[in-house]
Design a protein around this ligand. Structure first.
Ligand SMILES: Nc1nc2c(ncn2[C@@H]2O[C@H](COP(=O)(O)OP(=O)(O)OP(=O)(O)O)[C@@H](O)[C@H]2O)c(=O)[nH]1
Ligand SMILES: [Mg+2]
Length: 305
């Protein structure tokens, strides 16, 4: 990894919503960039992704029923796709955040390359399909969200790793529109998360060097919600009438990243006080993060764990 490059890897099985989350996050980011401080995608891969995202937006707006499995966006056609976002202060690059999109495929043996990538990343977004978590039986949840696979992966990384594991893990719950609409739904969602993922959280808390842990619920579309289970016992969605396509809270995982980055830089700056340049962009980063903090509406469901 080059100087001032920070990688966040997105893990989660096929169709849980990793690529959508990244697209929605970048869209929301647009609102927070100014001439002085910017975090912007720079790679060709991301342009393709945004085009696919816009196409999907149109598709969704023109239909009523919706099956997530049919409408998924290509995104990671190869195993790892790196989306570079430059953090610029007055036009000069100070750091690059790399969001690595992975192709779900959490079946069979744990891929050593995935383990190594996760081990070397600065942070992890562990993406979970909340509609399956909430509506389906345990065996479907095991098949779609693969909590056992996630547990093994994180256990290998945090308990048998090289002592230099990712600083944070954010559990990102997607497809939450229905549950976030009421206080009762929010509580049930959080309860279901603790029920199914409590053992993974405990395992990470007990690791030799435990990561900072958070859970957040996002809505990448806002206008599509769980409708019913289909004949295979999997969620089917519907477009909510008169509701516009608008993501919500998708920039918040980024706020978590920024705060972890600031903490890491502070720890370094303590040792290397004389590196003024480092301290300089840390201040800019802090400014950007506090702007996001103020502007990103309070996320409906966010908790440090
Ligand atoms: N309603 C709703 N649908 C979502 C949300 N996030 C993702 N989806 C839908 O879920 C489907 C799959 O999303 P992707 O982002 O392609 O999933 P992925 O995790 O990247 O899948 P792979 O690339 O195959 O590993 C798409 O049809 C999305 O529109 C969400 O927050 N709400
Ligand atoms: Mg994808």
């Amino acid at each position: 990894m080059k100087k001032n490059e920070y990688e966040v890897i997105m893990i989660g099985n096929t169709a849980v919503g990793k690529t959508s989350m990244l697209s929605a996050m970048a869209n929301e980011l647009d609102e927070y960039n100014t001439n002085e401080l910017q975090l912007n995608p720079t790679t060709h891969e991301f342009k393709i992704l945004q085009e696919q995202w816009n196409e999907m937006m149109e598709l969704v707006e023109n239909q009523e029923a919706f099956s997530t499995l049919e409408t998924g966006i290509e995104g990671a056609a190869v195993d790892f796709v790196e989306h570079m976002f430059d953090f610029k202060v007055e036009g000069k690059r100070k750091a690059t955040v790399i969001f690595t999109d992975t192709k779900g495929a959490m079946t069979g043996e744990l891929d050593e390359r995935l383990k190594t990538r996760v081990n070397n990343a600065f942070g992890v977004y562990c993406v979970i399909d909340a509609s399956v978590l909430m509506e389906c039986n345990a065996s479907k949840n095991n098949r779609v969200n693969c909590p056992k696979f996630v547990k093994k992966l994180l256990n290998d990384v945090y308990n048998d790793g090289d002592g230099n594991q990712p600083t944070f893990v954010v559990f990102v719950l997607t497809k939450c529109e229905k549950y976030l609409a009421t206080k009762k739904g929010q509580k049930e969602l959080l309860d279901a998360f603790h029920d199914q993922y409590g053992n993974i959280v405990d395992l990470l808390r007990k690791a030799p060097v435990p990561p900072n842990l958070h859970v957040i619920a996002i809505q990448t579309m806002g206008c599509v919600e769980f409708f019913k289970l289909d004949d295979n016992g999997l969620p089917e969605f519907r477009v909510i009438p008169n509701q516009e396509f608008k993501s919500k809270d998708c920039a918040y995982p980024l706020v978590v990243l920024m705060h972890n980055l600031i903490d890491a830089l502070e720890a370094k700056a303590g040792l290397w006080q004389r590196f003024k340049e480092l301290v300089g962009w840390e201040t800019a980063l802090r400014e950007y993060a506090s702007k996001l903090d103020q502007d990103v509406n309070d996320p409906v469901l966010y908790k440090p764990l």
